[in-house]
Ligand binder design. Structure first.
Ligand code: COA
Length: 572
């Protein structure tokens, strides 16, 4: 079928549906919901069999839904309505939640139901639930709805009048989740911040400044006086500050100061600056505190965890991770698994910290070199076999950093964005010019870099970016991962594999030294950072400040290209 996505943005859920529906053989084109007239034009150009709205912030024009079946993906259970569904579900401690696929009509989220899918509501941030449970449920429900639609004999179910609260639930306001530090226990504080993370954050006061709080984690031992006037933290750890509650304390990793010089989300200590310099500090690599990097070892397999917020890797984080990796390599193990985080493996350089730096060009340069240093250590590891274990998505430099490992194993639901060009034609480094042709072949490497499209694990495996994929749920992936990594460590051909890898590296190095790939890439990056063309700086600014797109990129809106080039393919 020809399916048109009408969506506010090409976010993670939309990308996953795009990938899954194309894998099923459908032709999918995307139009951002910018203006009614533009949406109507897109429908006329593409002439879709079906319209799907994976992520909308406003109603579909009647001129469209009266003539076409439009399926809206609503992140709520049947009967729930309104724009803050997930926020309310988290705040109200719902045990289960779900996704409902509704047909657009005149009432908001009030149309007939084509399919729904439910899940237990994990204790997690809104963004994490959205990227995982909600996205998985959306895939299941949309696939069922599309199958019903294709069969042609399905009658969507009207919502039961009794189930509907009559009106959509109102958007959640700051006062609905305001923290009362004199009364709220840690669980309540965590729930309030998580209901607003990644957007819009919880408005609060720190050192007398109005800031928005994100990235909350529990603290197990620290205690202090809650509700100090103006909000004074009791400790710091890595990027985070710790605040006392009535029954304990919580870590807050990220803040946004709308009145500040850099009014976007940044590590908390960066926003608070000198004010937190004197706070007692707990190492971010210690067993307590806000843990950013840690190591575990089981059965001759070392696991390096680095759940950096949003998968963004700053210069300092890359340097610390490199240190942790080198230390892991010195241990008596046979396999090292690079675990990334549960939600993201890596999204490359830390664009927000670059934007906030005195010189964005200099900080970009430091950041890319720090990632390259880390990638070089991984590529040059001869003492162990290495695995990048992708539990969550990876983008841009993060994909190639993963490919620096000998093996890339990905969870079945993972989406990769193996391209840099959307960031203002950034050339990219991380030794991608060595790694991509090596694993994908020269021609394929060029096509991947140009396509600028998200990729599911099936396609990623075909083109050599992923070696194995398994397990839809994280629990399933993680248990299979441990099993497979330990089998690899004890495989009969382990020694041959290690020797073959070493020999291959030596041969590759003799043909063209790794340093030459890096220098060539960085030469191009210098032009991106310091050159005449400001595209990278403009694109990064737009990304960090979340400037709304004024048109849909032609890579996604195939109906706006003269000759459609989006390939249709079936991945088994
Ligand atoms: N630096 C800083 N923040 C980043 C980031 C990066 N490299 N990559 C993602 N983020 C943040 C986003 O700003 C967003 O923040 P929020 O918490 O305020 O919502 C969050 O991570 C999720 O990203 P989002 O873009 O909403 O996720 P997505 O799943 O829709 O898209 C990507 C994933 C990877 C395609 C997209 O995030 C992206 O293009 N990132 C930039 C990659 C890049 O160019 N890196 C630099 C070159 S190495």
């Amino acid at each position: 079928m020809r399916i048109l996505f009408l969506t506010h943005a090409f976010n993670s859920l939309t990308q996953r549906l795009f990938v899954v529906l194309r894998e099923q053989g459908h032709t999918v084109s995307v139009e951002f919901d910018i203006h009614d007239a533009v949406a109507i034009e897109a429908v006329e150009l593409f002439r879709p069999d079906l319209i799907i709205a994976p992520f909308l912030k406003r109603a579909i024009p009647a001129a469209i839904w009266r003539r076409h079946v439009c399926l809206i993906v609503h992140p709520g259970i049947p009967g729930d309505r309104g724009p803050s569904s997930l926020d309310w579900a988290i705040l109200n401690r719902e045990p289960h939640w779900g996704v409902t696929v509704l047909q657009a009509n005149a009432g908001m989220d009030a149309g007939d139901i084509w399919a729904s899918s439910a899940f237990p509501l994990r204790v997690a941030s809104k963004a994490s639930l959205y990227r995982n449970e909600v996205t998985q449920a959306a895939v299941e429900a949309v696939l069922r709805a599309v199958a019903h639609y294709q069969r042609g004999d399905f009658l969507p179910q009207p919502q039961q009048a009794a189930e509907l609260p009559g009106q959509p639930r109102p958007p959640m306001r700051q006062q609905d989740r305001a923290i009362d530090w004199q009364r709220d226990d840690s669980a309540t504080v965590l729930r309030k911040i998580r209901s607003a993370d990644g957007f819009p954050g919880v408005r609060d006061t720190l050192y007398g400044r109005e800031v928005y709080l994100y990235d909350a984690q529990p603290e197990s031992t620290l205690r202090g006086a809650p509700g100090t006037p103006g909000g004074t933290p009791i400790a710091r750890s890595g990027p985070a500050i710790c605040r006392a509650t009535v029954d304990g304390a919580v870590w807050i990793g990220h803040l946004r100061d709308p009145q500040g010089e850099h009014p976007f989300k940044l590590p908390a200590i960066h926003v608070l600056g000198d004010a937190v310099a004197q706070l007692p500090e707990i190492s971010a690599d210690a067993e307590t505190g806000y843990r950013e990097i840690w190591y575990e070892q089981r059965d001759q397999v070392g696991y390096v965890h680095f759940p950096f917020y949003n998968g963004a890797m700053s210069t300092a984080q890359c340097e610390r991770l490199r240190g942790a990796y080198v230390a892991a390599r010195a241990r008596d193990t046979r396999v090292i698994v690079l675990m990334g985080g549960a939600d993201f493996w890596s999204n490359g350089m830390h664009l927000n910290l670059i934007e906030a730096a005195d010189s964005a060009a200099d900080e970009s340069w430091r950041n890319i070199n720090a990632i390259d240093d880390l990638a070089a250590e991984i590529i040059n590891t001869t003492s162990q076999l290495t695995i990048a274990a992708l539990r969550g998505n990876a983008g841009a430099g993060g994909v190639f950093l993963a490919r620096a490992a000998d093996l890339v194993w990905a969870r079945d639901a993972v989406i990769l964005n193996p391209h840099y060009k959307d960031m203002g034609n950034l050339y990219g480094s991380e030794y991608w010019t060595y790694l991509l042709p090596r694993y994908a072949g020269k021609a394929q490497a060029e096509a991947i870099a140009q396509a600028r499209l998200p990729m599911g694990v099936g396609e990623a495996r075909e083109v050599g970016l992923v070696d194995e994929h398994f397990g839809v749920s994280k629990a399933d992936f993680e248990s299979q991962l441990v099993d497979r990594a330990s089998r690899l460590a004890h495989a009969a051909d382990y020694a041959q594999r290690l020797a073959a890898k070493h020999a291959r590296r030596l041969a590759d190095e003799a043909e063209k030294p790794l340093s030459r790939y890096r220098n060539e890439e960085l030469e191009k990056m210098k032009h991106n950072f310091y050159g005449f063309d400001p595209s990278y700086h403009v694109a990064r600014y737009n990304f960090v400040y979340k400037v709304a797109k004024s048109r849909t990129p032609l890579t996604l809106a195939s109906h706006r290209r003269r000759a459609p080039v989006i390939r249709q393919r079936k991945v088994s």
